[in-house]
Design a protein around this ligand. Structure first.
Ligand code: ACO
Length: 330
């Protein structure tokens, strides 16, 4: 039995925040942001929209496209670093309630930007072991609530959005998830961190006054490790599976920064036309970035049944992951 990515869906909030909007609130320019990151605009969720609202809308689309009834879904996993609630209930449980799924195993995974490929690995294992048949995966973020809009080094990077996929059991290897490599190294934890609101710095007036609830990032150091790790991870997964980079139909990297994507693409010699770029219009949507990029490629008609996708991601933790996935959708 193999696991197949049968369908994809996404949702992006209506509100667009452009670089020119940032020029009005911090000392920056459209030119600086475009040159250093490739980002022109990003989506920002409405005040009353939660991460689960975004995730539920993406999930509905993925279920519709999978051509299954939601009663056939036997597990739901949500990857997010911006859950509706800090401790409980999980965002996966809230999404289940919103889309009308009950009595199935549902939980969240915290692996920052690598979250979606991490949960893909979990789904693959549950399906290959014969334990589950149709798993709903969601990567959803309302990351705008974790961003300090006075910190010009981070606030320009992030955006809100959600992506979702149905992973189903199949006997056909030509539509299977072939391999996933996911890993982490906690020695880099301090380079990309939200220091507040957990047990280390519990909620308090002092914590809020010191803005510890927001993302803190040593951008330059993260950049260097990201390029090195994203490149090596791809080299390893291709070698382990004896696949040449020319065999890849579509390269879908984490959308954090255009310069990171271009550095990795150049090192691996992937043609531009086989690479997906969404960072310019969405910014970094963390765990939602990969499924949103797969969705855009699908909607643009760039993905056919059986196409070999290479996913590659990196995020806080540090965590990273790559995957070789044959598209199982129609
Ligand atoms: N506008 C204008 N100037 C700025 C801005 C801004 N928005 N932000 C920083 N600067 C300034 C800095 O203050 C600094 O000025 P100084 O030289 O006077 O001190 C100068 O620009 C250079 O700053 P750097 O931080 O060295 O700029 P860099 O070229 O590294 O670009 C960036 C910064 C875009 C953040 C980059 O480092 C980056 O993309 N890092 C990686 C982010 C990432 O990939 N994260 C991964 C995953 S995220 C997750 O898991 C949630």
């Amino acid at each position: 039995m193999y696991a197949s990515l049968k369908s994809i869906g996404s949702y992006v909030p209506e509100k667009i925040m452009t670089n020119h909007d940032f020029e009005k609130i911090i000392d920056t320019s459209d030119e600086w942001i475009q040159k250093r990151t490739g980002i022109a605009e990003r989506r920002i969720a409405a005040e009353d929209q939660t991460t689960s609202d975004l995730g539920a809308l993406a999930a509905k689309k993925a279920i519709e496209r999978a051509d299954i009834d939601k009663s056939e879904i036997d597990m739901v996993i949500c990857a997010t670093l911006s859950p509706d609630y800090l401790c409980m209930p999980s965002t996966a449980c809230v999404i289940c309630e919103k889309i009308g799924i009950s009595n199935v195993m549902a939980f969240d995974v915290s692996a920052a930007c690598s979250g979606f490929v991490y949960i893909l690995q979990i789904a693959k294992s549950f399906i290959e072991s014969g334990t589950k048949k149709n798993i709903l995966l969601i990567g959803a973020e309302k990351i705008s609530t974790l961003v300090d809009y006075t910190d010009r080094g981070t606030c320009i990077l992030f955006g809100d959005g959600a992506g979702a996929a149905i992973i189903s059991a199949t006997e056909d290897k030509n539509e299977a998830i072939l391999d996933i490599h996911a890993s982490a190294d906690g020695t880099y934890a301090d380079l990309l961190i939200t220091p507040g609101c957990g047990t280390k710095n519990p909620c308090s007036h002092d914590m809020v006054d010191n803005k510890l609830q927001y993302i803190k990032m040593s951008g330059n150091e993260v950049f260097k490790v990201a390029v090195k790790t994203l490149t090596q991870d791809v080299v390893d997964i291709l070698e382990n599976n004896q696949i040449q980079s020319s065999d890849i139909d579509i390269f879908i990297p984490h959308q954090a920064n255009l310069r990171i994507i271009e550095a990795v693409r150049a090192k691996l010699n992937f043609p531009k036309e086989k690479t997906v770029f969404t960072v310019g219009k969405y910014g970094n949507t963390s765990a939602a970035s990969i499924p949103m990029a797969i969705n855009d490629a699908y909607e643009e008609g760039r993905l056919k049944h059986g196409d070999l996708m290479l996913l590659d991601t990196f995020g806080g933790g540090f965590t990273w992951a790559s995957a070789l996935v044959r598209f199982g959708g129609k």
